[in-house]
Design a protein around this ligand. Structure first.
Ligand code: E4P
Length: 217
C-alpha cells in the first residue's frame, strides 16, 4: 500500500520524504488554509520536493470552472493531480481530464455507487473518507471493502485512496481491506513506527550494552 501524506505543511513533507516513507501528497482547501500559504505557490513547492503525485483541489462547483481551474493547476507541474468533488459536474470534469491524460483524484466519496461512477469517469484515484463515516457511526472500512470488491469485479484501474485516516488502526485496516493508497496525517505515519515493547527493549539493550564497557567504533 502506498503512503500519501495529507498535509500542505512543507516541513512535514520534507521530514517524511527524508525517511523515504512518502509516495505522494494530498491537500484540500482546509489544509491549504491551515498552512497559511498561497495555494499555487505551496503546490509548486510540494510538487518540486516530491516525485509522486500531489493532489490539488479545485474550488469551483461547476464543470466550466473546474476545467479552467484544473488546467491552471495541472500546468504547475507534471505530478500535480486534479482533485475534483464527487458531483455530476466533478465527474464530467474527471472525464475531461482523463481524456487529456491528466491525473485526477475524485474526493468526498461516501458510497460504493459514487466510487463506481468515479471509476466509470476514468478517475486515477477515488478518495473514500473513512474517518468522516466513522464520525457518523458508519463503519468507513466497510466502504473500502465494498469498493475493492466492485473494482475487482470489473477490472477498474482506478486506485482506492483511503482518505480521512485518523489512526494507526485505520492504516492497518485500510491495508487489510485492499486499499491501494492511504493518505495519512504526518503524525499518524510517524506513530506507526512506535511500539511500547520496542521502546522497552531498546532501554534494556542500551543499559546492558553500557555495562559491557565496549565500543563498536
Ligand atoms: C484527503 O484527501 C482528505 O481531504 C482528507 O483525508 C480529509 O480528512 P479529514 O476528514 O480528517 O479532514
Amino acid at each position: 500500500m502506498k503512503f500519501f501524506v495529507d498535509t500542505a505543511i512543507v516541513d512535514e513533507i520534507k521530514e517524511l520524504n527524508d525517511y523515504g516513507l512518502l509516495d505522494g501528497v494530498t491537500t484540500n482547501p482546509s489544509l491549504i488554509a491551515k498552512s497559511g500559504r498561497d495555494f499555487k505557490e505551496v503546490i509548486a513547492e510540494i510538487a518540486s520536493l516530491v516525485e509522486g503525485p500531489v493532489s490539488a483541489e479545485v474550488a469551483a462547483m461547476d464543470f466550466d470552472g473546474m476545467v479552467a481551474e484544473g488546467e491552471h493547476l495541472a500546468a504547475i507541474a507534471g505530478n500535480v493531480v486534479i482533485k475534483l468533488p464527487l458531483t455530476l459536474d466533478g465527474l464530467k470534469a474527471c472525464r475531461h481530464f482523463a481524456q487529456k491524460g491528466i491525473g485526477t483524484n475524485v474526493t468526498l466519496c461516501f458510497s460504493a455507487n459514487q466510487a463506481l461512477l468515479a471509476a466509470k469517469a476514468g478517475a486515477t484515484y477515488i478518495s473514500p473518507f473513512v474517518g468522516r463515516l466513522d464520525d457518523i457511526h458508519v463503519d468507513g472500512m466497510d466502504l473500502i471493502r465494498e469498493i475493492r470488491a466492485i473494482y475487482d469485479n470489473y477490472g477498474f484501474q482506478t486506485e482506492i485512496l483511503a482518505a480521512s485516516i485518523r489512526s494507526a488502526n485505520h492504516v492497518k485496516d485500510a491495508a487489510l481491506a485492499g486499499a491501494d493508497v492511504a493518505t495519512i496525517p504526518a503524525a499518524v505515519i510517524k506513530g506507526l513506527a512506535r511500539h511500547v515493547l520496542t521502546d522497552k527493549g531498546l532501554d534494556q539493550f542500551a543499559r546492558d550494552w553500557a555495562a559491557t564497557g565496549q565500543s563498536i567504533l
